[in-house]
Design a protein around this ligand. Structure first.
Ligand code: GAL
Length: 513
């Protein structure tokens, strides 16, 4: 089974297809203890004891409840990784059945999997389930757990890059009156998707109380205000436009890092002639194509025009858009043919594994490079034409009006404003702090140069709030933008795509003529 995904709702789907390779045991009439053996995994045990691979949730819940009274039972935070020797509680068949009847993993019912601490739970909804992402957020959890050991913190991670699966699930929970206590969202217009006046608590008082506003970059502060209130406490600033570069592959192929499109296509040809994939790409999460096109667009038309396209001052009929689509069309020809088979992690993995020269992705990909030990040969460059442009993507957390554990949620977002928590998080996540006073020279030596460079570039570049990540356009325009690019990647019809952009911009409230 995959490693490292915490309580990921999508694991249910994985579990369904797991082979039953243990001979079935009689369903337990009463609770039993079980010690994990080599080659055991939870769904395999569920199959063995109950003939139902999905019933591993019942084992997880029973074991966690037992652990609350008796620490000799293992606490299972991640159903994907149970250590040999762990002590589990196998509930009776009747209890397991009763639990499963009431448990809906597709509704992120994860609170039922954990005991409640003396001070309740804290349900943290988010989409950070990849290796680098979880390594980052887990650092924040550690700070919280140290300060509030009596709270049971629950990482409710719903896999899918850029929140593609999380956002809908989260909205459903809000509407159903069953919200997370706190949840991840991007700074900027994304809050609009959650009817903030109805479902979210303003956090202006918390930001003022912690003093973080004194050290928060102005560009970020401006983004945070939604109709007069702030609903998001920011944790980081990602750079969305980086061309990750495998120096070993380049050296072996005898090519230089391209800086503009002309050079990029020449390099692409030279690499392909040697059988090397120039631009590694994975698109399975659905956001990656729109993301890459957005980077190509600003690389073609320049930062001011790119901003103008989304604020209505430049029409989408502009010849620069045609040229950007032409460039993107040629870039797609430089990617691996099986790009649909994997997501953004698969894209950066091609570079990490010496199977591609470049990957264009935000610096959450650096989190993967760090987690996979590739910082000494994977470096960063500007994508073609993106010099002096910094695509701003900022993650933060909101508090819900009906949060079951409101006080715990307020304390959580206070923790994330802290310098020490942001430093610990960001040195694993690949982003810089949402504060100007972090000291990147204290970050591990293999990576501190990247963070310092990103912070310097953030201070000196033109900042472009990124559309593909919720900061640069209202949610419906963001959605249409991504859909048009996805359609384009399959039909490669430049006129159709440009016309669709014109109509979508009009829909978003920007008259085009
Ligand atoms: C972005 C988010 C990042 C990273 C990435 C891939 O939208 O801001 O933190 O997680 O998605 O999931």
């Amino acid at each position: 089974m995959k490693k490292f995904i915490a309580v990921s709702i999508l694991l249910v789907l994985l579990a369904v297809v797991l082979p039953a390779s243990l001979v079935g045991a009689a369903p337990p009439a009463q609770d039993e203890d079980y010690t994990v053996q080599a080659d055991d995994w939870l769904s395999k045990l569920a199959d063995k004891f109950y003939g139902d691979v999905n019933a591993y949730w019942a084992i997880m819940s029973a074991t966690n409840l037992a652990n609350a009274d008796d620490p000799s039972y293992t606490k299972i935070e991640n159903p994907d990784t149970i250590e040999v020797g762990s002590k589990l509680r196998i509930p009776s068949a009747e209890d397991a059945q009763a639990f499963m009847a009431d448990f809906d993993p597709t509704n992120a019912d994860v609170e039922k999997l954990f005991a409640s601490g003396a001070s309740g739970q804290l349900l943290v909804g988010n989409w950070w389930t990849s290796g680098g992402e979880f390594a980052g957020v887990n650092e924040v959890y550690e700070f919280y757990r140290q300060e509030y050991p009596d709270v049971e913190l629950i990482h409710a991670g719903i896999a899918g890059g850029a929140g593609v699966n999380f956002k809908g699930a989260n909205l459903n929970k809000l509407i159903a009156g069953d919200p997370f206590d706190t949840f991840q969202l991007h700074a900027g217009l994304e809050a609009e998707a959650y009817s903030p006046e109805t479902y979210l608590q303003p956090v202006d008082d918390i930001l003022a109380e912690t003093g973080v506003l004194d050290v928060m970059p102005e560009d970020l502060k401006n983004l945070l205000k939604v109709r007069g209130n702030t609903y998001t406490v920011p944790l980081n600033i990602h750079r969305g436009n980086v061309m990750w570069t495998n120096t070993r592959v380049l050296e072996q192929a005898g090519v230089e890092v391209p800086t503009n499109f002309e050079e990029f296509f020449a390099t692409c040809e030279a690499l392909q002639a040697q059988g090397i994939v120039p631009l590694g790409m994975g698109i399975a999460d659905g956001f990656e194509l729109g993301h890459t096109f957005e980077v190509a667009l600003s690389g073609t038309v320049g930062a001011e025009n790119a901003l103008g396209l989304f604020n209505g001052s430049v029409p989408w009929s502009d010849p620069g858009v045609t040229e950007a689509l032409e460039n993107f069309d040629r870039m797609l020809d430089c990617t691996n043919e099986d790009r649909a088979a994997s997501n953004w992690v698969g894209g950066i993995d091609l570079v990490i594994n010496d199977q591609a020269a470049f990957n264009i992705m935000g610096d959450w990909a650096y989190g993967e490079i760090i987690a996979k030990g590739a910082t000494d040969y994977v470096t960063w460059n500007s994508p073609p034409g993106n010099q002096d442009q910094f695509f701003l993507v900022s993650d933060g957390f909101a508090i819900t009006v009906d949060a079951p554990n409101l006080e715990n949620a307020r304390n959580f977002v206070k923790i994330i404003t802290r310098k020490d928590a942001q430093e610990a998080f960001n040195q694993n996540k690949g982003s810089i702090c949402a504060r100007t006073d972090c000291d990147y020279s204290t970050f591990p030596a293999d990576r501190s140069a990247y963070f310092q460079a990103a912070a310097d570039d953030f201070a000196s570049s033109r900042i472009i709030p990124m559309v593909a990540h919720g900061s640069g356009a209202i949610p419906s325009w963001q959605q249409q933008f991504g859909d048009i690019v996805t359609q384009f990647a399959s039909d490669r019809d430049i006129d159709a795509a440009q016309n669709a952009f014109i109509l979508a911009a009009e829909d978003a409230g920007y008259p085009q003529s």
